[in-house]
Design a protein. Structure first.
Length: 445
């Protein structure tokens, strides 16, 4: 077997695999014998079918299969052994491949087109001045977070005065025209869609009996009515009449007050001891939350700067377009032509990244993935106002996250991106700019 590589230009090559009968005949003979051992043919016991008959029936298909397997093995083995950095997958050559006749030939030549990745030794330098945008943490952001904390850590208190819209009202619910009764029914007037029905509860007191129509109050919404009446959705339409509601309890949600008790619930006890400390801590955390956004914008700008440096580098465009169509039956040549500028942009940056990772010896360790998972978990808990999560709960959550391959790969990608950003920041000259959140968001439009 002989394999030869012909460079057509800097990024295109043709690789020819020459196969002789001696290369493939042993595999073909073995495959034919395996079939003969197991085939059942009229007039012959299993395993005794004439070899010539088996050859006639299966010889050509086995020949083609075994040659294809051999050629594929040698093709990819050559690419790996010679460390060819190819783009996409080899394709049968349009120009170099000679016609094949499996009925008459014994020796064959298979020629493949290869796309070779260009050298992408592209990097930033101190001559590249890139803006680094930090988001200004304004007072209203801090106030909004404080209000969220006060709401999340509030309590329900029993009240004796009249019902307000957001109160939780408990009582006995009884159907006026049917036998449906719900003990300890719960409603909140603010959830009612119909203003007339809602108004019947506003100002009511414990002991009052309100006659109202739940079907009208919730405008026939099956899910809400089924939950309120404690019945199945399909039973809702059978209960469209009036009900009485005997109020037994009124509870009102009271927001948490700014106090040491609240501070200790949110943060490590004792770390925040005053409202001033509380606001400073919130600002610090909001700054940390915005940091990935700033890094992401910097990465986009760095990507553009790197791509600009690579604008004159030759790529095997025709091959890549052909391969994109061949690799996905849903892609048409027209769609590929339309999407190609974006595809090429991503490919350029991927090759640049690969080179930067290699040059800067960037590696991903197990500890990096676990730390990233912890950061992600803390951020997810923080979205629900849980800033002081116990270590055991956080660790359990992280371990569950890392049981899924998709999550692990996502963490690896984020760690790799973070380490790459560190390298790019060192290479370029950063021009710090502080902007409002609104102006920062405009940068992406």
């Amino acid at each position: 077997m002989n394999i030869t590589l012909k460079n057509i230009d800097a990024v295109n090559a043709a690789l020819t695999v020459a196969v002789t009968k001696e290369d493939y005949q042993p595999q073909v003979e073995k495959a034919l014998n395996d079939i003969r051992k197991n085939i059942v043919m009229d007039g012959f016991r299993k395993g005794n079918a004439p070899k010539s008959r088996v050859q006639t029936l299966y010889g050509k298909s086995i020949l083609v299969d075994e040659i294809n397997k051999l050629v594929s093995e040698k093709l990819y083995g050559y690419i790996k052994e010679n460390q060819l950095n190819v783009l996409g997958e080899p394709l049968p050559s349009l120009q170099e491949q000679a016609p094949l006749d499996f009925d008459k030939q014994e020796d064959y030549e298979f020629t493949f087109d290869l796309a070779l990745a260009p050298e992408m030794n592209i990097k930033l330098s101190k001559a590249d001045k890139l803006s680094y945008y930090s988001i200004l943490v304004e007072d209203d952001m801090i106030e909004k977070q404080i209000n969220n904390f006060k709401a999340n850590y509030g309590t329900y208190d029993n009240v004796v005065e009249a019902v307000e819209a957001k109160d939780m009202v408990k009582g006995m619910l009884t159907g006026s025209n049917d036998d449906l009764t719900v003990e300890d029914a719960v409603l909140m007037p603010s959830y009612m869609k119909d203003e007339t029905e809602k108004a019947k509860f506003i100002g009511a007191k414990i002991g009052d009996v309100i006659t109202f129509n739940p079907y009208t109050a919730y405008e026939g919404h099956e899910a809400e009515l089924a939950s309120f009446l404690k019945i199945k959705k399909e039973e809702v339409n059978a209960h469209q009449g009036d009900f009485t509601f005997a109020i037994s309890e009124i509870t009102r949600y009271k927001e948490a007050e700014l106090s040491q008790e609240l501070y200790d619930k949110i943060y490590e006890p004792g770390t925040v001891t005053s409202e001033e400390d509380f606001r400073a801590k919130i600002k610090e955390i909001v700054v940390q939350q915005f940091a990935p956004e700033s890094d992401y914008k910097f990465l986009l700008d760095a990507k553009q700067a790197l791509e600009d440096k690579a604008k004159d580098i030759q790529f095997p465009d025709e091959f890549l377009k052909r391969w994109l169509v061949a690799s996905d039956e849903k892609r048409t040549a027209e769609l590929v032509e339309e999407d190609y500028p974006n595809i090429l942009s991503d490919l350029k940056f991927q090759l640049i990244k690969d080179n930067l990772i290699k040059e800067n010896d960037i590696k991903i360790e197990k500890e990096d993935v676990e730390q990233q998972a912890q950061k992600t978990a803390r951020a997810q808990f923080a979205q629900y106002g849980m800033s002081n999560v116990p270590d055991y709960l956080l660790e359990n959550y992280v371990q569950e996250m890392l049981k899924k391959e998709d999550n692990i790969q996502n963490m690896i990608n984020r760690v790799l991106e973070d380490k790459l950003i560190v390298v790019l920041k060192k290479q370029a000259t950063l021009k710090p700019k502080e902007v409002t959140l609104e102006d920062f968001q405009k940068l992406f439009k």
